[in-house]
Write a protein that binds this ligand. Structure first.
Ligand SMILES: Cc1ncc(COP(=O)(O)O)c(C=O)c1O
Length: 417
């Protein structure tokens, strides 16, 4: 028997603060006028803001005049949204859609999709282990682990070579057993920005078939790597070959709907009949946790996906976001190349989405924060979208100054932590 306290919660102790959220709090209190936030993972425009997208504003305006009721949504959420996302994800003509093997429910963001997916895996096989990339987005561990699943890691990013260590990944995944699940980032790998190419997706597909594991794809950044269609090529290929697959989709970044908690869980089954059985299981998991999803974000994204002019507006805004990130990557590499450091940052150019590891020493991360007001997480992951033409010079000069010092003073120059 555990220690008995006088009250129910009396024995609970305070947990350590979330490192990214506490970084944001510290950044808000920072008084340096040149401060830069490269920590939190949200898109920022040239002016450093995260504005509501024009397509979203227009859809909201239309919704204001048409919604008419705030009665509950059905547990699966808005069907126009679910099917719109399914088509965007897999392509309208994908065979698994015409075979009616994919079902989807609206979830509370990508996090909600990951969590519901984890509960479903547990219902399928409570002994299932979920394999995640090392490194991965920190929240994957609690989201999947707290459903009671065992988590294993496979090597992914080669910190020395600044690329995916695909051989090591494949060799670790040889240990995966039938009934296990392998979590893959669809595109814009968080935190490394290093994405799988099509040939690697093909090899992983073959391995999934051989080992009989189920892929679970986390799609939080579709459209932010190369393009909406291009980014989807890998998981579409995999989906066409494997019997079962889960996909967690977030609309937080590509629709900018962060606080509306808008996402989808898609589950691909072996047959149409099995897809129906799975749908009833997924709905019961949702019913046991929050019952019905919220409507606002899903109605907006559903409307955008189903309306030609809103869709055109949205894709053009999304392309602009992507182009800005790519441009910042270019400028960053050029400017760091001009500095006195003998380090090569070219890898930043070949990575995708908002994140890359800078690969500087831990002492330099602290000094950037304390001496220059530049905030990034300890792993050296930076949000490239936190840079713009007004602050990039200050950032690269500050970083170059530290790197030059470490070169001449032989401070910690060891690289990754
Ligand atoms: C890799 C990854 N998956 C999922 C999510 C979850 O997104 P959401 O905010 O929609 O829950 C994020 C958000 O940062 C992410 O980076």
């Amino acid at each position: 028997m555990g220690r008995v306290s006088k009250t129910l919660f009396g024995q609970l102790t305070a947990l350590p603060a979330d490192p990214i959220l506490s970084l944001s709090t510290a950044f808000a209190a920072e008084t340096n006028p040149n401060k830069i936030d490269l920590g939190v993972g949200i898109y920022r425009d040239e002016a450093g803001r995260t504005p509501v997208m024009a397509a979203v504003l227009e859809a909201e305006e239309r919704l204001l005049h048409s919604e008419g009721s705030k009665a509950y949504m059905v547990p699966a959420g808005d069907e126009a949204f679910n099917s719109g996302i399914r088509d965007l994800l897999l392509g309208k003509d994908h065979a698994v859609l015409s075979q009616a093997r994919v079902n989807s429910i609206q979830t509370l963001g990508g996090c909600g999709a990951l969590r519901i997916g984890a509960e479903l895996i547990k219902r399928g096989n409570s002994a299932s282990r979920v394999w995640v990339s090392d490194p991965t987005w920190a929240n994957h561990l609690p989201l999947l682990g707290s459903a009671g699943l065992a988590i294993e890691k496979y090597p992914y990013y080669d910190y020395e070579g600044r690329r995916i260590d695909f051989d090591a990944m494949l060799s670790a995944l040889q240990q995966v057993e039938a009934g296990d699940v392998v979590l893959l980032h669809g595109c814009c790998h968080n935190p490394s920005g290093a994405d799988l190419n099509l040939e690697q997706w093909q090899k992983l597909t073959e391995l999934a078939l051989e080992k009989r594991f189920t892929p679970f794809i986390d799609v939080a950044y579709q459209g932010l790597a190369i393009g909406l269609e291009e980014d989807a090529a890998g998981w579409r290929l995999m989906s066409s070959k494997v019997p079962e697959m889960l996909i967690a989709i977030s609309c937080s970044k590509n629709f900018g709907l962060y606080r509306e908690r808008t996402g989808v869980l898609c589950v691909q089954a072996e047959s149409k009949r099995q897809a129906q059985a799975i749908k009833s299981q997924v709905l019961s998991i949702a019913r046991q946790s929050y019952s019905m999803p919220p409507s606002h974000g899903a109605l907006i994204a559903g409307m955008i996906l189903g309306d030609e002019s809103l869709y055109a507006q949205w894709t053009s805004e999304l392309s602009e976001m992507r182009r800005r990130i790519v441009a910042m990557r270019e400028v960053l590499v050029e400017r760091l190349g001009d500095g006195c450091s003998d380090r090569n940052f070219d890898f930043i150019r070949s990575e995708f989405g908002m994140f890359s590891f800078l690969g500087i020493g831990s002492e330099q991360v602290v000094r950037l924060r304390e001496e220059f007001g530049i905030y990034m997480v300890d792993s050296t992951r930076i949000n490239v979208a936190g840079l713009n033409r007004s602050n990039i010079e200050y950032f690269t000069e500050s970083l170059s100054a530290l790197l030059c010092q470490s070169r001449y003073c032989r401070l910690d120059n060891s690289g990754f932590i």
